[in-house]
Write a protein that binds this ligand. Structure first.
Ligand code: ATP
Ligand code: MG
Length: 418
């Protein structure tokens, strides 16, 4: 028996309504804010992620699914959505469009990670990107979109954490301060963080190991090192969030896992799903478009992990009720009745109602059992007598009430089951 690859999952029909619920809400909320959908390839040139996500990140160093195609090109299954979208807007000449450019996506991503609850190797993200708006109002709008969506799906046990990681002007001094702090506390750090000390000390703040987390608590804080512009940006963002009535916490340990972030970074964190508690991560990435060969175009966005959203809704009893019912099941006995059932089913479906009939010539008893399993609201039984008389009994499965109907009078039948 061939099994699914480690770290992947099947989404079964009974779970699909939860996914569709979130997807529909995400589309609806995006639309309210003027964001439009974009779809890009599931694989890209490996170099795009090396440059766009950053060579010093865990994602690029350890987590990418990279392969050579038959022509020897190095390709990578997207580990995230932003780099591909930035490439797409440059390549399709969108950088000259009316700004800001507001985009959203719903995608599967691939990362070679240790699978656990809320962490898989193929996973799904809903995300947004806003290009060409550098103001703290743009930050607030993007955060507000995420906040509205979380509210709309009913996830109330959630906190917004924000931070600023500075810009290319002020980050070098912060980086130096961090480096000397961690140098002085180097011994207990995990091996990965010992390496990060040289390549990217800010990543240590993002380490999941409890010991590194403990040491990170007393590390220098970004906002002690921000330049005047970055400080003003952060203050204005806080004022905007207050104006929007969106509660937040300033959290100096939020640094985000990807290299391209500048200034604002944020996460929505929920206490209800255990260790993988970040359901949404985002921030500003003003250097990205230029980094991958485009103009100097600012950007800000976020990505939400759909599995984690579903886990959180499940944990708080907020998963939507699912609706698998069928409106009418037509049971039939004999070939002629089965054919008549097909005709009636066709007319019922044309009226946008859900209808099924017997397709496997089962006994009446077995057909009724199937109808019950499919949650049929009504059943109609057709046999030779019914075909001859043109009359059949329509049964309301909830009340057991039976009504005689004329099977040639479809509008009358429809009015009974609507
Ligand atoms: P984490 O710190 O949990 O590894 P990250 O910083 O790597 O997250 P991002 O790259 O910012 O995550 O992705 C945004 C969101 O996508 C995360 O907040 C999370 O909800 C979701 N996500 C990331 N990696 C995975 C994964 N392997 N499985 C499921 N969801 C994921
Ligand atoms: Mg990660």
């Amino acid at each position: 028996m061939i099994q699914k690859p480690k770290g992947t999952f099947d989404i079964l029909p009974e779970e699909i309504p939860y996914w569709q619920f979130i997807e529909q809400k995400a589309r609806k909320v995006s639309r309210r804010f003027g964001f439009r959908e974009i779809r890009t390839p599931v694989f890209e040139a490996t170099e795009l992620f090396q440059r766009g996500v950053g060579n010093t990140t865990d994602v690029v160093q350890k987590e990418m699914y990279t392969f050579e195609d038959r022509d020897g090109r190095s390709l990578t299954l997207r580990p995230e959505g932003t780099a591909g979208i930035a490439r797409a807007i440059i390549e399709n000449g969108k950088c000259g469009d009316a700004m800001p450019l507001k985009l959203f996506y719903f995608i599967n991503c691939f990362r070679y990670e240790k699978p656990q609850a809320g962490r898989s190797r193929e996973f799904w993200q809903f995300g947004t990107e806003m290009y060409g708006a550098e103001t703290p109002e743009a930050d607030a709008e993007v955060i507000s979109l995420a906040h509205s969506l979380l509210k709309e799906i009913g996830l109330t046990e959630i906190t917004l954490h924000i931070n600023s990681i500075g810009c290319p002007n002020c980050r070098p001094t912060y980086r130096a301060a961090l480096k000397s702090y961690f140098e002085a506390n180097k011994e207990p750090l995990c091996d990965t963080c010992k390496g990060r000390l040289e390549t990217n000390p800010m990543r240590i703040l993002d380490c999941k190991s409890p010991i590194c987390k403990e040491i990170a608590k007393n590390a220098p804080k970004t906002f002690e090192h921000l330049c005047a512009d970055c400080s003003a940006h952060m203050d204005a963002l806080c004022a905007n969030l207050n104006a929007l009535n969106i509660p937040y916490e300033i959290d100096p340990n939020i640094v985000r896992g990807l290299d391209y972030y500048t200034r604002t970074v944020f996460e929505f964190i929920t206490p209800v799903i255990g260790a993988q508690s970040t359901v949404c991560g985002g921030g500003r990435y003003d250097g990205l478009v230029k980094e991958i060969g485009g103009p100097n175009l600012s950007g800000i966005g976020f990505a939400m992990g759909i599995t984690r959203l579903i886990l959180a809704l499940e944990a708080t009893g907020k998963l939507p009720a699912t609706d698998y019912e069928t409106d009418l099941y037509i049971a039939s006995m004999g070939k002629d009745a089965a054919k008549a059932a097909l005709t009636i089913a066709g007319a019922v479906r044309d009226a946008d109602l859900r209808c099924e009939s017997d397709l496997v010539s089962r006994s009446l008893k077995a057909q009724m059992k199937y109808a019950d399993k499919k949650g049929a609201r009504f059943t109609l039984i057709l046999g030779d007598n019914e075909l001859l008389s043109g009359k059949a009994n329509l049964k309301n499965m909830k009340t057991s009430e039976q009504t005689e109907v004329d099977i040639r009078n479809i509008p009358a039948l429809l009015s009974l089951i609507r």
